[in-house]
Design a protein. Structure first.
Length: 288
């Protein structure tokens, strides 16, 4: 059974790179000196990874890759796959192989699953709270350096959507771009003159006056409404009348997301999804 979420893509190269980097960080120059000193060479063991709380799982492919990296012959049985909603005490993986390898990869495996499942669980809760609206929850570029692809994958596992992956896949004009370029109209005109027809152009505004300027140009595909209260967001939706996709950003929490989505915006983006999601409680028990 594939451990990947069926509704999200994650490059195997991203998995391999992240796992290799994490194992190198943990094993250092001398390896797991505790296990080498205390576990006889050739000892076999069986480990079970178990969820300790309810939530949505992500990161199992990374956990499996960590064990396989240290023991290519390891036997791994997946009981669920990424994207699954689980109850406490649910078995996620059973791993049988070299005991030293199981112990050496244990923390790396737990770190990936705990962190990414925390993101997936948070995304799922945001999605649940706005299910009665048309809005979609999406993440931002506020990710841990080196882990962006994995964290954005976890957001998809939880039912959320991804914003741009980097500076190279879409134009997002922010307040500093507007200031340097000389205003809303000049910055949008320069953007349109210099990009191809497949590149989307989004611009950030923090007032309704700026929104009117943007709409008058007809040059923006998406408008990011930055830190607006719900009354202002509602007015922004009325002003726009479907002429651009609207994204609300700033101040999104579990308590505010429903009211923000109810204003009629198309997207609500949250940096907290990736930079502040609580770690998911997961454990590994190893038997010789």
């Amino acid at each position: 059974m594939s451990l990947l979420c069926p509704d999200a893509f994650l490059s195997p190269l991203a998995i391999e790179e992240a796992v290799a980097r994490a194992l190198d960080e943990d094993l250092g120059r001398a390896g797991d000196v505790t296990s080498i000193a205390t576990i006889p060479d050739g000892t076999r063991g069986t480990a079970v990874m178990v969820a300790r709380k309810p939530g949505v799982i992500a990161g199992l492919p990374m956990a499996a890759a960590a064990f396989r990296k240290l023991d290519p012959a390891v036997e791994i049985k997946g009981h669920v796959r990424d994207g699954a909603a689980v109850a406490p005490k649910t078995a996620l993986l059973t791993i049988a192989g070299d005991a030293r390898a199981l112990l050496g990869a244990e923390r790396v495996a737990l770190n990936f699953v705990g962190h990414l499942s925390g993101i997936a669980t948070a995304a799922s809760e945001f999605v649940r709270r706005i299910a009665h609206t048309k809005a979609r929850v999406c993440c931002t570029r506020k990710t841990t350096p080196g882990l962006r692809a994995l964290q954005k994958y976890a957001v998809r596992c939880g039912g959320g959507f991804n914003h741009r992956f980097g500076l190279d896949d879409a134009i997002l004009i922010k307040d500093n771009h507007i200031a340097v370029a000389g205003g809303v109209k000049p910055v949008l005109e320069r953007a349109r003159e210099n990009v191809g027809h497949l590149v989307k152009v989004e611009i950030e505004v923090d007032t309704l006056t700026q929104l009117r300027e943007v709409l008058a140009t007809g040059l923006a595909d998406v408008v990011l409404l930055d830190n607006m209260d719900t009354a202002t967001l509602t007015e922004a939706v009325k002003l726009t009348q479907g002429r651009a996709v609207l994204e609300a950003s700033g101040g999104l929490t579990f308590d505010t997301i429903a009211a923000i989505a109810a204003t009629g915006v198309d997207y609500a983006s949250s940096g907290a999804l990736t930079h502040s999601a609580p770690n998911f409680d997961v454990a590994i028990d190893i038997e010789a």
